[in-house]
Design a protein around this ligand. Sequence first.
Ligand code: NAD
Length: 353
Amino acid sequence: MNILVTGVAGFIGSNFVYYYLKKHPEDSLIGFDALTYAGNLDNLTNIPEGEKKRFHFLKGDITDPEQIRVVFNRWNIGGVINFAAESHVDRSIHDPGIFLKTNILGTHSLLEVAKESWCNNGTWDKKNRFLQVSTDEVYGSLGPSGFFSEQTPLDPHSPYSASKAGSDLIVKAYHDTFGLPILITRCSNNYGPYQFPEKLIPLIIYRALNNQSLPIYGDGRQIRDWLYVIDHCSAIDLVFHKGELGEIYNIGGSNEQENIKIVQMILSILRDLTDDQNINDNLITYVRDRPGHDRRYAIDSSKLKLELGWKPKTKFSDGILHTVKWYLNNPEWVNNVISGEYLSFYQNNYREC
Ligand code: NAD
């Protein structure tokens, strides 16, 4: 099958490409990405020689249905996995409009073209699948106890999470109204290689290595449930192939950590690895809390575990050590991202859709 994977040049999309090509030699991936500031083709340069012929990259915008139509027709797309999104909460506070456009209208373009292509006189071939990659942030914020289940009412607080909730709802509506074979996954915070250094973990690593202050929102005691990115990829793969159509699956690491604890853990790992004693808690600077900042996220992923047999494989202590080492060992990647150099790399190496 040819699967259209959007957002492949981003953090999770690129990790997914590596995971999927290796696991499924029977399939080809058509990677599609607008290469916004968050999209980086450097993320895809390590595809093994033997797998390269099953991966094709196209630069394109999910908000343009014409471009998507061309891809569906040219590549006979049998499945869609939609990672493409504006994904940074802070940016959504400064400029909500692009979040609504990409996350809601972009998802709608993909749904509409999938419907046109896959629906044959009102009947659907059940091998076609449209998987929407969503987030636990659509559920809002928890108090000190309890977990988000798939039945938890949507209660998003930021323009980012509201736009993701909107895209989930339009995906579900295409299933309920037209019968489009959809699946939705909602995952907790991811960490791992290739994450853009505006997000907490790579930001702290980068700034600490450069002896810069580490800005921490509020009291730093916000709780997130952290999952290693490859464990997220394995869950998406499983839901895509084995999930029940029309269903939502939560994905989480059962690994709640306060932000400040994450920061202290990274500082301690970095100090051990570099022997630089200036990397210490004195770098931490508390800043005014983010407006509408959710206090605690915690995911109940028992549906995915019990029905499909998924479980995360990576212990947090191993995953975070591996992640810190990856950023330390790839200073060129970090510097290119920071300098925006990868944009000129693209102009020299790839063509428009
Ligand atoms: P990211 O910001 O690293 O990557 C997003 C990618 O989408 C980028 O490559 C960007 O160029 C591309 N993109 C943006 N607008 C586009 C458009 N109009 N057309 C085509 N491509 C476009 O994000 P990420 O962290 O990899 O997240 C991927 C998905 O997973 C998102 O949908 C996000 O909501 C979801 N998610 C992320 C996390 C997390 O912790 N990072 C957790 C749960 C769910």
